[in-house]
Design a protein around this ligand. Structure first.
Ligand SMILES: *Cc1c(COP(=O)(O)O)cnc(C)c1O
Length: 476
């Protein structure tokens, strides 16, 4: 058994090293077929066991052809981080230690790592230092937990005990959300019984920022408990909602303000970018990801709640067989939905330690500079439009400027298809303001200036090809 597992570790280590060495140069999209993957990974239940090293070698052989190079330097398709190697190493140890990290007394090292990272994150992101934190799987769950705390607290203020009585018969909660919020926030509303259709959608401007004037009118029209959901970093444009105005409205109405800052909240770590986030510190809860800009391996997200009491009330679970924690002992489970869970604090601790504040700031700033560099390169090309103000790391690109909607959408689709076929870069498509666009997210630690320049050239060449084939009268 022991020897078996030793060999499995060594094989895993070797395969990890060779994968990471190759991923920089490899074609990013998997080129194997689904059928090949099913056949390599499939088969009947193994009736007898196999040697550990053979199992791991088999797994790597079978899975590697079906992986997307998310940890490589040319991944721009979604807002995803690239799993920092030091975080990865810490994550291995987390698995090796096998801690069920719910309870302070049972796993004090895991609990205290979370306690320490809580302080570091509140300092880095400059959020109210009294806030509590939950270590979750990502921003989807961070939004869910923040909104659960919001739901509990606005009902408590209205004289309703949600934990005891549930939602049936409770005062109606009015939820206000920007029209360009992330889909996962709407999932959170669904999970919480707040409904998709009930939420009052506030119109947004061309950058995806909600209108504070409309929000004010909508809030005035509705007495009773209120939750407002703001966004720091729109996934197509990187834009921030007007938080100073929103915070003021929430104070006037005694409303809870939750902020989805999956990646955008990290602008607060950078003195040069912080002004974009002004006002955010006045919110009640904030969601952000560890596995996006901070580059913590999957999965890692954080929810912060100013009113720790409301956070705990919404999440806490007490079991008689778990040792009770004292006042100054933080049970990780009281801030998240799960009891049994991974010790997520270790990997975050290691990445923050490896990068340091300066490393994080430099990386975020570099990504934003690279975004401007690419936008400038593309702006110089006829028929290409940059549709957002490139102030963060997102670039929304339209093709076929001046042509009809159908032609423009077809142009974008064709450029995307060429790049997909070349398989040197991962870029995304999205529907933005009724237009099919290319979106580029620059958020991976290994991405260099040369990757961005090569991407700009590839986009330019692909667009050149599409343009030459356009019928003359619709040519931009
Ligand atoms: C990525 C993202 C989410 C969802 O986060 P996950 O980590 O995928 O759960 C929510 N909101 C925004 C703005 C995002 O960019």
């Amino acid at each position: 058994m022991a020897r078996n597992s030793d060999d499995a570790f060594k094989t895993a280590y070797d395969r990890a090293e060779s994968y990471r060495a190759r991923v920089t140069e490899a074609a990013p999209w998997p080129e194997t077929s689904m059928a090949a993957l099913r056949s390599r990974l499939g088969g009947p239940v193994p009736e007898t066991g196999s040697a550990g090293d053979a199992v791991i070698a088999d797994l790597a052989d079978a899975a590697e052809p079906g992986l997307l190079a998310m940890t490589g330097p040319r991944m721009f398709g979604w807002v995803v981080g690239a799993s920092h190697p030091v975080g990865m190493a810490a994550d291995w140890l987390t698995t090796v230690w096998g801690q069920n990290a719910g309870n302070f007394h049972a796993t004090p090292a895991a609990a205290i790592a979370e306690e320490v990272v809580r302080g570091w994150l509140l300092d880095l992101l400059d959020l109210p230092r009294e806030s509590s934190v939950g270590f979750v799987t990502g921003a989807t769950m961070a939004n869910f937990v923040g909104l659960a705390a919001a739901r509990s607290e606005v009902l408590r203020r209205a004289g309703w005990d949600l934990e005891e009585n549930g939602l049936a018969g409770a005062p109606e909660i009015h939820v206000f959300i920007g029209d360009d919020a992330h889909t996962t926030v709407f999932s959170g509303l669904r999970f919480l019984g707040l409904g998709l259709k009930r939420a009052i959608r506030i119109p947004t401007d061309d950058q995806g920022r909600m209108s504070a004037d409309t929000l004010a009118r909508e809030m005035d029209d509705r007495p009773g408990p209120k939750i407002v959901i703001g966004q720091a970093g729109q996934i197509n444009t990187g834009a921030f909602d007007p938080f100073e105005d929103i915070v003021q409205l929430c104070r006037q109405h005694d409303a809870w303000l939750h902020v989805d800052g999956a990646f955008g909240l990290w602008a607060r770590a950078c003195p040069d970018l912080k002004s974009m986030t002004t006002g955010i510190e006045g919110a009640d809860s904030w969601a952000t990801d560890g596995h996006k800009w901070l580059q913590v391996p999957y999965d890692s997200g954080f929810v912060f709640v100013r009113d720790a009491e409301a956070h705990r009330r919404a999440m806490t679970s007490a079991a008689s067989y778990l040792p009770a924690a004292a006042e100054d002992e933080r049970d990780p489970t009281h801030y998240v939905p799960e009891l049994s869970r991974r010790a997520r604090g270790f990997a975050a601790w290691a990445v923050i330690k490896a990068l340091g504040r300066q490393g994080i700031v430099d990386m975020v700033i570099r990504h934003c500079q690279l975004a401007r560099r690419l936008a400038d390169q593309l702006r110089g090309m006829n028929g290409i439009e940059i549709l957002n103000h490139v102030t963060l790391n997102q670039i929304a690109i339209g093709f076929g400027a001046g042509a009809s909607k159908e032609v423009r959408d077809a142009c974008t689709e064709q450029v995307l298809a060429i790049l997909r076929k070349e398989n040197r870069f991962v870029v995304g498509g999205a529907l933005w303001k009724d237009r099919w666009i290319m979106r580029v997210s620059i958020i991976s630690w290994p991405t260099r200036e040369s990757d961005i320049d090569a991407l700009g050239d590839a986009i330019g060449r692909a667009w050149g090809r599409v343009r030459r084939e356009l019928p003359a009268k619709s040519a931009a």
